[in-house]
Every structure is written in C-alpha cells, then in structure tokens.
Ligand binder design. Structure first.
Ligand SMILES: NC(=O)c1ccc[n+]([C@@H]2O[C@H](COP(=O)([O-])OP(=O)(O)OC[C@H]3O[C@@H](n4cnc5c(N)ncnc54)[C@H](OP(=O)(O)O)[C@@H]3O)[C@@H](O)[C@H]2O)c1
Length: 227
C-alpha cells in the first residue's frame, strides 16, 4: 500500500490523478484543495481522505503535511500539483501582490511540502516527490513573467532536490505538461490535453520500475510546438 498526499486535487489534473489512483487497490490518498464542497464530492466519489488548505499560508502548508502524516501514518508519495496562472500582464503592469501570490503557491508551498517529506523519507531511504511543473519552464513568453518565472524556479528546485534526494533513496520527479483543458484558464481549449490524459502520464512516471527515476517527463498536446 502506498500513501499519497496530493495538492490541487479538487479540480483538473489533480482530481483525475486521485480518480485514477483510487481505481486500483494499492493506494491511500490524502487529497487537498481550497474548495470544501469539491473536496467532499471527491471524497465521496473515490473514498480518499483529505483536508482543505490555502497553500498561500506557509504555516498552513506545514500543518497540511502533518495532518496527512497523522491520517495516513506515513507519506510515501507527495504530489505537488496545485498551481495557477492569474497574471497575464506586462511587467510594467504587474502588481507586487501578483508576484507574491504566485510565489507562495506555485513555488513556496511545493518547496515546504517537499521539505517536510524529506524529513520523513530520508531516514527511511524511500519515497517519491512529484512536482507538477509545466512546459512553460522550458520556454518564456511576453506577459508570462510571473507564472513562467515561478515554474522555472520550481524546475530548478526539482532538479536540486533530485540531486540531494537520489543518493538518499528518494525519487524526485518533474512533470512538464503542455496545455491541458482544465479550469486553469476561463476558456475551453478542446485542442489541449484531456485532464485524464495529463493524469495518466503522472501515474506512468509514478509507477516506473523501482530502479528507474523519471527525472523529467515532458509531454504536450499535438498542437503545442513550444520546443
Ligand atoms: N492546465 C494547463 O494547461 C497546465 C499546463 C501545464 C502545467 N499545469 C500545472 O498543472 C497543475 C494543475 O493545474 P490544472 O490545470 O489542473 O488547474 P486547475 O484545474 O485550475 O486546478 C488547480 C488546483 O490547484 C488548487 N489551488 C489553486 N490555488 C490554490 C491555493 N491557493 N491553495 C490551495 N490550492 C490551490 C485548486 O484548488 P481550489 O480550486 O479548491 O482552490 C485546484 O484544485 C498546476 O500546477 C498547473 O500550473 C497546468
């Protein structure tokens, strides 16, 4: 049995990861998001446990890990999936709050949860930490300075952590999806990946043979050519 803590589970890719993992018997899931009604619906649908948490609050982030650990006994897999891009402004038009909000959720929360995970995984010499980055960390774009830079930072953190964690028996996996048709943006994008497809690729990396670590898994819809 593998115990999993996943953030951003109330919608989109994270919700699909929980659905797909709970289709098999091998996983116990502690799911998190901010929306209590969506989280309750996910619990009823899949049998997962979980708690709401606003990841922009650093203390709450550390508290969330402790809650998951208490509920599951131990965390074997951390999936840092929550993220958003609300700021598509030029640098000149970007308010400081937009920078701070994005940093707190897209970077700091993932860092703190990985830190808490390493505290329990390192002594056990086992575990997996999955960071959902983005193909935006492989490129740059006008009016993307906030989200894109946070994802570049998350990619750099993921690689630094992988170098620390690998020799200590902990797998660190960077997931780089291209466009996925979720609530991430207000418009529908049917030409993008289905959330279920994006989730399936995360499970693919997570279930690699024991002697394999997928350091980076980059995948895109056919229409995305930002490589
Ligand atoms: N969709 C894409 O095109 C795409 C492409 C590449 C990478 N990604 C990455 O994939 C991940 C999942 O994205 P998605 O497309 O599934 O987005 P989504 O459908 O908008 O879902 C985002 C999830 O993150 C949670 N979240 C957002 N802000 C939060 C906060 N302050 N505290 C706690 N939870 C928060 C949301 O919870 P609540 O709604 O309950 O607040 C929701 O469960 C993100 O890291 C995103 O950057 C997405």
């Amino acid at each position: 049995m593998q115990n999993i803590l996943i953030t951003g589970a109330t919608r989109g890719i994270g919700r699909e990861v929980v659905r797909q993992l709970t289709e098999s018997d091998g996983y116990r899931i502690f799911a998190s998001g901010r929306d209590g009604a969506l989280l309750d619906a996910l619990k009823s649908e899949t049998g997962c446990v979980g708690a709401t948490c606003d990841l922009s609050d650093a203390e709450a982030v550390v508290g969330l890990y402790a809650k998951a650990q208490a509920e599951l006994g131990q965390v074997d897999v951390l999936i840092n999936n929550a993220g958003f891009n609300r700021t598509k402004t030029s640098v000149a038009e970007t308010p400081v709050q937009a920078l701070d909000d994005s940093y707190a959720v897209n970077y700091r929360a993932a860092y703190l949860l990985a830190r808490e995970a390493m505290k329990e995984m390192e002594p056990r010499q086992s575990g997996q930490i999955v960071n959902v980055v983005s193909t935006m960390a492989k490129t740059t774009g006008a009016n993307y300075s906030v989200y894109c830079a946070m994802k570049h930072a998350l990619a750099a953190f993921t690689a630094c952590l992988a170098k620390e964690a690998g020799p200590r028996g902990v797998k660190v996996i960077g997931i780089y999806p291209g466009g996925v048709d979720t609530d991430f943006r207000p418009e529908d994008r049917p030409q993008y990946l289905k959330p279920s497809s994006a989730a399936k690729m995360i499970l693919y990396a997570l279930t690699a043979p024991d002697d394999v670590v997928v350091h980076e898994l980059v995948y895109r819809p056919m229409v995305e050519l930002n490589f």
